[in-house]
Design a protein around this ligand. Structure first.
Ligand code: AHR
Length: 317
């Protein structure tokens, strides 16, 4: 039995969770800072660690999987107690996760899933990414009430679980409603700048009058697209309906101005439930479920979006 296992075993008998947390060193491999939501997740994770007295080693991968793999190997070499991983893409993790498993270091996934065997990670804290897309699709079905509507889609990072699942969910949400047609779909890499560039190309290719709605896999791309729509002389939110995901403060500001129509909330606090699960695991051997699901909620123009903006802007965004 390795020393770490012995410590966990004795902690299971002796130490309360709070004592354990103060002694923990945890590595966090973050994707980067592509969106307002991602920046908030980083802030909240650091706050959650500090609150619990955890020594958090933070590595920003600048959107590259190879950097995340390097960071995980470095955390293993430092013999950390656990690793938090927000995986940029879904595939290609087996080898490095095996290495963490061999070193008896639990890995907890934050906000995105991986295509790997479940025994390679302790738990995944994510929203239901398919459901988010489905809620967006159903919202548009209701909004259009049978009227014909050509939809353009801004996808998230290619190969990432939210891009795959949110696309699938939206298609499920509009299935059977032939008045709604996705006429263009392209990645905007979850960034504001790419959202703008790709929306400009949609508008150029189709002409504004042929586009009735935009579905963006995150709010930042929607905010970039709003700029492109305005520059094309159109009214976002009216000439082109906009539904997106995250519920960052800026989209609520746009909604308060009538320039976006709906968003689905994704909490940036993935670390809280992950660290609770880790502490219970280390202190009493409680094995968490493989999936800890966070809540999703739809905001529309019926909500007081100015108030939501005011309430959210301090919360790590
Ligand atoms: O994985 C969650 C997604 O990643 C968020 O919706 C998006 O803003 C971020 O980049």
């Amino acid at each position: 039995m390795k020393l770490k296992s012995l410590l966990i075993a004795s902690a299971m008998m002796l130490a309360p969770a709070s004592v354990m947390a103060a002694d923990l060193t945890i590595g966090f491999s973050q994707i980067g800072s592509e969106s307002g939501w991602r920046a908030a997740e980083t802030t909240v994770t650091k706050q959650e660690a500090e609150k619990r007295g955890i020594d958090l080693k933070f590595a920003d991968a600048q959107q590259k999987q190879e950097n995340q793999i390097k960071a995980i190997r470095s955390f293993i070499a430092q013999d950390v107690d656990a690793i938090l991983l927000a995986p940029v893409v879904a595939t290609g993790w087996d080898e490095v996760l095996e290495e963490a498993k061999d070193a008896e270091i639990p890995v907890l996934l934050l906000d995105r899933t991986v295509d790997a065997s479940e025994d390679l990670y302790l738990t995944a804290v994510t929203s239901d990414l398919v459901h988010e897309g489905e809620v967006a699709g159903k919202w548009l079905v209701e909004e259009m009430a049978g009227k014909p509507c050509n939809v353009v889609e801004l996808q998230g990072t290619t190969g990432s679980s939210p891009a795959i699942d949110r696309k699938k969910g939206f298609e499920q949400g509009i299935a059977g409603h032939d008045n709604l047609k996705i006429i263009r779909s392209q990645t905007g890499d979850f960034t504001r700048s790419q959202g703008k560039v790709v929306m400009e190309s949609f508008l150029k290719a189709e002409g504004g009058a042929n586009i009735c709605a935009l579905y963006a896999h995150n709010d930042d791309m929607a905010v970039g697209a709003i700029q492109a729509i305005k520059e094309a002389g159109l009214k976002p939110g009216q000439d082109i309906k906009i539904v997106s995901i995250d519920s960052v403060p800026d989209i609520h500001l746009a909604m308060a101005a009538g320039e976006a129509n709906a968003t689905i909330e994704l909490t940036p606090n993935m670390a809280g439930p992950a660290l609770d699960a880790l502490e219970a695991y280390l202190s009493s051997g409680t094995t968490p479920p493989k999936w800890i699901q966070t809540e999703s909620r739809l905001y529309t123009l019926k909500d007081d979006n100015q108030a939501v903006y005011e309430a959210k802007k301090g919360l790590g965004y």
